[in-house]
Design a protein around this ligand. Structure first.
Ligand SMILES: [Zn+2]
Length: 614
């Protein structure tokens, strides 16, 4: 008897009975899974191999009604949500093609991601391959001795020219495994259906014997929260907090969600990182297992972020983001809207939902402002250009701009400005609803200037100047002017320990070896000739490393000249640096001491609570 590829389920039945049933089940799936279907349909079957091979056998069956000579099977080169080429075809091996009787068909690869099968006289074409699945993040595919986790874009090939056909997917897994998968279930134990390839590819799934699932209802929609991995608080508590976020978001978009079911697929990973990917009716999220002890708001903020995406980017989308061309880069200048506006609303909706406090919300906002102000690229690259070039990562970190961060701050400024102009009658919420009603509900993507059109429509004023300066341009964002609408002020907050003088460089490494990681353009270190990669040795004859430099700088004033010793390509160099004023600061966003009635009204509508100043 072959070894079962499956780990033991939580509740064990006698081994022989279990294996017997399992293999009978697999046999039935491989032989009989092909139901008589009235319309053409593409059928996918996933059958995991030995867990420590991390291989999943994917079989695709397609009976073309047309007399076509050849059929191209292609794997996406990227996945929606990550605007970088991934080349999932790198994980494919053992490709074969056959007809309905299992007779081999000739095939060849025509590019890195496309397999062309000669159909000959075959009624049905079957393509089969093994996919290496050994990565765990919010957009990956994993098969090991604990679970099967997949993202359709990674491993499900589409039939070129036939993405509109409905698809079925079956999983060859023990019937007592639990499965979290947003597609419609049409057969047992694991047979699912999608109306087309895009929907199939846009649905991640987790199957395991240990999945925990909680459910909550809101406004006629069932929300499924599936957890793989340890969760240190009761699921009912997480479900209740999530329900509040869901309610706040759904209310913002008119009170009724555009789906009857929505799935949150969570992986709790010891030592893991926060990562989320949005989908049509679901999201896949990873988080570090200690999140509920350390910083639960980060969990809820990410949950809110991905849920907001169900509107902003999955439905309110730039024209090129659906239907997707998976074969190559698609370009839009609006990732700052897709990601930045979503980042603005994730914390804000958590605040309005009462999941995070006003103090925590304002602190997070100040942190975002500080991050933006520490980015040298803010003065070089417009956020629309950063969106367009998301597919590239510039080698020079001094030109990079994070469209999540800057996009969120532009959204904040727009929100404040609309509220001020309309005396609180309208807000950015109205602009998002306008985009939803004008484009998304008609099944259309918005044009490249869609956000400006939306803001102008709700505010009744031109935003040409605003967009020229802050969106298509690189002018410094004047946060204070905009925060004033809600009676808020931005103040620099320096710890007394922070040096007043600066070298104008970024250090990396440790006390043993400290390297200059970045030299900020036109700042003190740059003017003195310091370079990235210089190994720092001494400042004014004293040992200089990550631990000592802050102390050495604390003793000095801006304008003083220091002698910096550093190794560069094996040779010791001495450079004189005229210290500059430390410009990188932390910030605090706080209510002004006596806000006007208009400011208080805007503040309350915006943040969900009356202003208080501590
Ligand atoms: Zn996002």
């Amino acid at each position: 008897m072959p070894t079962s590829p499956f780990p033991r389920p939580a509740r064990r039945r006698p081994l022989l009975a279990r294996l017997g049933l399992l293999w009978l089940g697999l046999l039935a799936l491989s032989l009989g899974g092909h139901a008589q279907t009235p319309k053409p349909m593409i059928e996918y079957a996933l059958a995991p191999q030995a867990p420590n091979s991390h291989l999943i056998t994917v079989t695709i069956r397609y009976a073309p009604p047309e007399p076509v000579k050849r059929i191209d099977f292609a794997l996406p080169a990227w996945r929606p949500g990550r605007y970088q080429i991934q080349n999932y075809a790198r994980n494919v091996r053992d490709f074969t093609a056959s007809d309905q009787a299992g007779q081999p068909l000739r095939w060849e690869k025509t590019d890195k991601s496309t397999w062309r099968v000669e159909r000959g006289a075959a009624k049905e074409v079957r393509a089969s391959y093994a996919y290496y699945a050994n990565a765990l993040d919010a957009g990956s595919t994993l098969w090991n001795d604990e679970e099967l986790y997949w993202n359709g874009t990674n491993l499900l090939m589409y039939v070129v020219g036939q993405k509109a056909l409905p698809a079925r997917l079956s999983l060859a897994l023990p019937s007592d495994w639990k499965c979290a998968y947003p597609l419609k279930k049409v057969g047992s134990p694991f047979l699912y259906e999608a109306p087309d390839y895009d929907t199939l590819a846009d649905a991640p799934g987790i199957a395991s014997p240990t999945l925990d699932i909680a459910r909550v209802e809101h406004a006629g929609t069932t929300y499924h929260l599936a957890f793989q991995g340890p969760v240190s608080v009761p699921l009912s508590e997480v479900a209740e907090q999530t329900r509040r976020i869901v309610a706040e978001t759904v209310t913002m978009f008119g009170g009724k969600a555009p789906f009857s079911d929505y799935w949150f697929l969570y992986h709790s990973i010891p030592g893991g990182r926060f990562h989320g990917v949005e989908h049509l009716n679901s999201t896949s999220i990873t988080f570090p297992s200690n999140v509920f002890e350390e910083r639960p708001q980060r969990f809820y903020s990410l949950t809110a972020h991905e849920f907001f995406h169900a509107w902003n980017v999955k439905r309110i989308r730039p024209q090129v983001l659906g239907p997707f061309d998976y074969s190559q880069e698609v370009y839009t200048r609006n990732l700052w809207v897709a990601e930045g506006v979503t980042s603005y609303y994730d914390d804000l909706l958590c605040r309005r939902a009462g999941v995070i406090s006003v103090e925590d919300y304002l602190r997070a906002l100040a942190t975002t402002i500080a991050a933006q102000q520490r980015t040298p690229g803010r003065l070089v690259t417009p956020v629309t250009a950063a969106s367009f070039d998301a597919w590239l990562t510039p080698d020079d970190s001094n030109v990079r701009v994070d469209f999540y961060t800057k996009g969120a701050l532009v959204a904040l400024m727009l929100d404040m400005d609309i509220r001020r102009r309309t005396d609180g009658a309208k807000s950015l919420d109205d602009a998002m609803r306008w985009l939803y009603a004008t484009y998304a509900e008609r099944g259309q993507g918005y044009p490249e200037n869609g956000m400006q059109l939306a803001v102008e429509a709700v505010a009744g004023a031109s935003y040409a100047e605003f967009f020229a300066q802050y969106v298509d341009g690189t002018a410094e964002l004047p946060y204070g002017e905009y925060l004033a609408a809600a009676g808020l002020e931005l103040v620099e907050s320096r710890s007394p320990k922070q040096p007043k003088a600066s070298l104008g460089v970024e250090l990396a490494g440790d006390e043993k070896q400290t390297v200059i990681a970045n030299v900020f353009p036109n700042e003190a270190g740059f003017e003195a000739g310091l370079d990235r990669g210089d190994i720092l040795v001494a400042i004014d004859g004293e040992q200089a490393n990550t631990a000592t430099v802050p102390e050495l700088l604390r003793k000095r004033q801006p304008g003083e000249v220091v002698k910096v010793l550093a190794f560069r390509r094996g040779k010791l160099r001495e450079m004189s640096v005229t210290l500059q004023k430390e410009t990188r600061a932390d910030f605090q966003v706080r209510p002004v001491s006596s806000p006007s009635a208009a400011q208080s009204r805007i503040y309350q509508a915006w943040i969900g609570q009356l202003p208080t100043r501590s």
